[in-house]
Write a protein that binds this ligand. Sequence first.
Ligand code: 5AD
Ligand code: FES
Length: 383
Amino acid sequence: MTEVFKLPFILSGGLGMGLLFPIFASMKTFQEIVQQTEFSREDLTTLLLAEREERQLLLQQAQSVKLQTIGNKVFFRGLVEFSNICAKDCLYCGIRKSNDHVVRYEASDEEILDACRFAWENRFGSVVLQSGELSSPVFVERISRLLQKIKELSNGELGITLSCGEQNLETYRQWFASGAHRYLLRIESSNPDLYLKLHPENDFHSHQRRLQALKDLRTAGYQVGTGVMIGLPFQTIDDLASDLLFFKAIDVDMVGMGPYIEHEETPLYEFHSQLKTRQQRFDLALKMVATLRLLMPDINIAAATALQAIDPAGREKALTIGANIIMPNLTPTKYRKDYQLYEDKPCLDEDAELCRNCLEARIDLAGCEIGYGEWGDSKHFRK
Ligand code: 5AD
Ligand code: FES
């Protein structure tokens, strides 16, 4: 409503003062909106559209809410991208099944366990095992076995997050019983119509199925993380406001979201000329992180790697204004070039040791402190 009655209308003098005053009085300033603790869809849209001084105000407020609520600690999740073999064909993803240019790999148990041992010895607190989506019994059993071995090698100390796509409730339960306690499954977009434009139109790629998987993860007992891509073709600001409301509605514990980055070998590339510039997508992603921090002050928010593909200091910028999780890449270096979900993915050559040293310095620069040896569960979940 207030959108329609902005200043130009008021200045036009179309109505008597008696009518004007209540309308004028109900309009909130940007400063008032950022200081709220509850946000309407309209408020969220206003925040996401903020430019210049207003944008600065939003980022500052998010930083201060973060510091007051969860402090300045950043938690590491060592990321092991253990296989790029995927049964799915998401239209945006570089490792989709139909991309014949990808050299497919599967890291050995030993390679995966070595990466996890590195995480444990370097007091990372937890690891994320991520792969393309498979659901064969062999795959399911292999993950269970690996989970148990990771628990063994770390005296049960290393926290384990899985990011292996949609599975049935039984599989989620089996993996939980084997030692995983967090699961990342991005909704990609909360708008079913937009989701349909990003995925092949069949039951295997349905929005409904994705929603059910998120529910099943809760039922199985996981801390659930989800997220979206920002700056997708056909995506509107209203879609992004809906995404934020969706995170709140499902009461999520963790969110990872980053800019969409086109990949030439995917069908969605066809629309690349319609995209915002990469810098605009980056700026919007930062505003999403900041706005989410205001909306859900005590959840874990990851500084997505895709931010760094656009701006070398992208992840640190996100940490400064609201994020508190970072995922150093522990994938064996020889596989990294084959796990390119999007173009210009950073850290393709660094080994784990280099990544760690470089991150320590960067996090220090962002004014944050590393929570070594801690699982770093969200305050939200602990509540
Ligand atoms: N650009 C940005 N993010 C992408 N992802 C997949 N493809 C792209 C892309 N082209 C993200 C998805 C997925 C996560 C593992 O990576 O959101 O859930
Ligand atoms: Fe692999 Fe989407 S292409 S899960």
